[in-house]
Design a protein around this ligand. Structure first.
Ligand code: ADP
Ligand code: MG
Length: 266
């Protein structure tokens, strides 16, 4: 288990626990969760369905209270920056706004002038090849493009940390690969601190500097793997023998947890 970070930390979770009150009584979703994410680091979390990944992300985002422990996000020097932006699996974009208005939305909320926010939004649309769709409405573009819009909207906010919960989970396999490569490229350029949840082990190994493996309920950290694959990475990276080694090593433990999670179900 490797939870040391070389750079200053950006996200620090200490002894975090989450207990939900349910009709059947208290339910421990997350227990003893300790994780430090370095500035500019990309950390991917994998674990069986229902192990508490989304709960962790929502707590880091401040959308859910912790029941115990604490979570901190280190702030940079710019107090105007939002602490975090979240990208969910469902396209959380407004159907009545155009693509560019959607991307500019967070900046609008921060009171940035119309001219400036459209400038920033246009810059981001350019970077992901969406400039010509700026005036389109969400129903006029594909699912892959909608998710691209969600991702650049989050980036346009320039948050301290970017939180992503299975952002590519609803896409077909080919679109997913294209967006993985896009994410890799944007990340190389921006070096944002990212906490990234995925149910795909391949995706976690391809994208992450480290992969955190969570156990079935209650969700705890079972292991943390340092992924020393060369960067910049691309789909080609998945052909490296070292990629297969990481995948096999992590799958060995993950598959045991997935089986355990299935057996726990009523
Ligand atoms: N608001 C809630 N109230 C009660 N139980 C919840 C709530 N949200 C999630 N859970 C339960 O907590 C566990 C972890 O959920 P979640 O974080 O969504 O897991 P994952 O994202 O890994 O699939 C699951 O058993 C889920 O049913
Ligand atoms: Mg989830």
């Amino acid at each position: 288990m490797d939870d040391t970070v070389a750079t200053p930390w950006k996200i620090r979770a200490q002894s975090v626990g989450k207990v939900y009150d349910t009709a059947a009584g208290p339910f421990t979703a997350v227990e003893d969760f300790d994780l430090t994410v370095g500035d500019g680091e990309f950390v991917a979390i994998v674990g069986p369905s229902g192990c508490g990944k989304s709960t962790v992300l929502r707590m880091v985002a401040g959308l859910e209270d912790v029941s115990s422990g604490r979570i901190e996000i280190a702030r940079g020097s710019d107090p105007g920056k939002p602490t975090n932006s979240v990208v969910f699996q469902e396209y959380a974009i407004f159907p009545w706004k155009t693509v560019i208005e959607n991307v500019a939305f967070g900046l609008q909320m921060r009171g940035i002038s119309r001219a400036e926010r459209l400038d920033v939004a246009r810059h981001w649309l350019d970077r992901v090849g969406l400039a010509k769709f700026a005036e389109y409405y969400p129903h006029q573009i594909s699912g892959g493009m909608k998710q691209r819009v969600s991702i650049v909207r989050a980036l346009a906010n320039d948050p301290e940390v970017l939180l992503m919960d299975e952002p590519l989970g609803a896409l077909d396999a080919q679109t997913r690969v294209v967006l993985q490569e896009e994410l890799l490229r944007i990340w190389e350029e921006t070096r944002k601190t990212v906490l990234y949840i995925t149910h795909s082990l391949e995706e976690a190994v391809l994208l992450g500097d480290r992969v955190v493996l969570m156990s079935a309920q209650p969700g705890r950290i079972l292991d943390i793997y340092q992924i020393d694959l060369p960067r910049p990475r691309s789909f080609e990276t998945t052909n490296l023998p070292a990629f297969a080694d990481y995948r096999a090593r992590i799958w060995d433990k993950l598959s045991a947890e997935v089986t355990r999670a299935m057996e726990m179900q009523p």
